[in-house]
Design a protein around this ligand. Structure first.
Ligand code: ATP
Ligand code: MG
Length: 499
């Protein structure tokens, strides 16, 4: 039987032990449309993607892709043959292989029996990346050495090189910057115009609203609504996602502790590195200091300089008034600086370990005393609630948490040590709209109540304005503005970034 639908999934059920990840979800996508999939962290989006892709079997329900009925235990190969390609939340690339080899994994290796010529593999990879707007692709570099946005493009190039007619992307933009997102979206639109059905999962509402033709919202493992994009708005979508009307209240103010002199705890003077600087910047205790800018503004390079991950060309820093020149993360940790990197989901999770082990994964932390394991567990459960991890079960393997909840564990990891300075990059990438607000509240309250200095490095201007007490805006590697609390607004940050 033929079907007009690219994806037609009905009443899909998937249960993991005590967790019902999918409770009878319907999901259908038309040929040639871009279809958004929204829902809270843990709503079941990635589970559906894994079932559609044949990585996992469903317990019940029907799945048809481009008219092909797929049995309950189908294989990724059968799904690929039916014409669908998938970009998973963790990308699924082989880090020790080159870009060219990774792209070939999606195509040549499985479609030809002739010996493979590396020159051909390279050419194919270069073509696929050029098609995605990458100007001078270096296809010989190991994937593990690439920044996350580039890795995402490699994964997409691999899917496209397979000539798919259905493309499903699970949070491809979570760690991307504005310009990279635009490039990706231009390509998705062109693919859709050529008849390819695209599914886009994202927690960034503005992206979904900008790009998608239709959108479906999942809650607690089931679909709760599908809308034409022109006939809905943000407020309706948010209330479908969280199940109640959106509370429009701003992040609550917490009473500030007296940070005494409010002398800066960390200072940067004339700091410059490859393509960034010179930067003068003060980080004060009890405040959220924002570093922001557009995609290529260089704002993400600042923490790399501060932590000693990239070489400093000129300038100096002080920490608590003394000269400071760390040579990497462990120096910083010893000096009381916590760090959350931007591309943590593919880098930071120790997949074989429990949530508790991941949360307290710090060799320098002497928490592991056999007599106090029960206490450590109780403490951990509390910490998990504080960081909004769901479910807050210390002994669960971290791999069984949804992507967004893994992100929250990694954010928590840097906070449990009570750092004096907490540098976090894109803390709410991959976090749903409801939890995002809670994380903002958490950042504000830890810094107000403990006097911790929070450095928030973000390309989300709304986040910068909502959470920051002071913002430094970069443009083409240079510091172009410093906005104090009363000057700080989304509009002001946007204006300075483009200025
Ligand atoms: N292997 C597993 N074992 C046990 N529970 C699991 C497993 N995989 C997923 N789950 C649970 O299934 C539920 C749905 O998870 P899923 O990853 O599909 O959420 P999601 O909608 O993709 O969320 P996010 O936006 O955070 O990525 C979660 O409660 C998760 O903890
Ligand atoms: Mg997910």
């Amino acid at each position: 039987m033929t079907s007009d639908l690219a994806i037609d999934a009905r009443e899909v059920v998937r249960v993991y032990g005590a967790t019902t990840a999918l409770a009878g979800a319907d999901f259908s996508v038309r040929r040639g449309e871009i279809h958004g999939l929204l829902g809270e962290n843990g709503a079941g989006k990635s589970t559906l993607v894994r079932i559609l892709s044949g990585i996992e079997a469903r317990d019940r329900g029907e799945v048809r892709i481009l008219g092909t009925d797929l049995p309950r235990h189908t294989s990724p190969r059968d799904v690929m043959d039916a014409g669908a390609a998938f970009i998973h939340q963790d990308l699924g690339l082989v880090e020790d292989m080159s870009v060219a080899e990774n792209i070939a994994l999606g195509t040549t290796y499985v479609t030809t029996r002739r010996p493979i010529s590396y020159a051909q593999v390279r050419r194919q990879a270069e073509d696929a990346l050029r098609e995605l707007g990458v100007e001078n692709p270096d296809v010989d570099v190991m994937v593990g050495r690439l920044p996350l946005a580039s890795r995402t493009l490699v994964a997409i190039a691999r899917a496209l090189a397979g000539r798919a007619r259905v493309l499903v992307l699970d949070e491809p933009t979570a760690a991307m910057q504005g310009g990279e997102v635009d490039t990706l979206f231009r390509h998705l639109r062109a693919l859709a115009d050529a008849g390819v059905a695209c599914v886009l999962i994202s927690h960034r509402m503005d992206e979904i609203m900008r790009l998608c033709d239709r959108v479906t919202v999942f809650r607690n493992g089931a679909d709760v609504g599908t809308r034409e994009m022109g006939r809905t708005d943000r407020a309706e979508l948010v209330s479908l996602i969280i199940g109640t009307p959106e509370a429009g209240a701003p992040v609550p103010e917490t009473v500030a502790v007296d940070t005494g002199s409010a002398e800066p705890v960390l200072t940067l003077r004339g700091l410059s590195g490859d393509g960034v600087g010179p930067i003068d910047l003060d980080v004060r205790p009890g405040e959220v200091t924002v570093i922001t800018g557009l995609a290529d503004s260089g704002h993400l390079a600042v923490p790399s300089l501060v932590l000693g991950l990239e070489p400093i060309a000129e300038g100096r820093m002080t920490l608590s008034g003394r000269p400071f020149a760390p040579r990497g993360i462990s120096d910083c940790r010893a000096a009381g600086i916590g760090y959350v990197p931007p591309d943590r989901l593919t880098d930071g999770v120790a997949t074989g370990l429990t949530i508790m082990e991941n949360l307290y994964l710090n060799p320098a932390r002497p928490w592991w005393k056999p007599a106090s394991i029960a206490r450590a567990r109780r403490q951990c459960a509390e910490d998990l609630k504080r960081f909004r991890v769901h479910p807050p079960e210390p002994m669960r393997p971290i791999a069984t948490l949804s992507g967004g909840n893994q992100q929250k564990v990694l954010l928590g990891r840097a906070l449990v040590d009570d750092p004096r300075v907490f540098i976090c990059c894109e803390p709410t990438a991959g976090i749903d709209v409801g939890a995002k607000r809670q994380i903002h509240g958490l950042l504000r309250s830890v810094c107000r109540s403990t006097g911790m200095a929070v450095v928030l490095v973000t390309s989300d201007f709304e986040e910068a304005a909502d959470v920051g007490d002071r913002a430094y805006v970069l443009n083409r590697g240079r510091l172009v503005a410093q906005l104090s609390k009363h000057e700080l607004s989304t509009a002001a940050v946007t204006a300075k970034s483009f200025g």
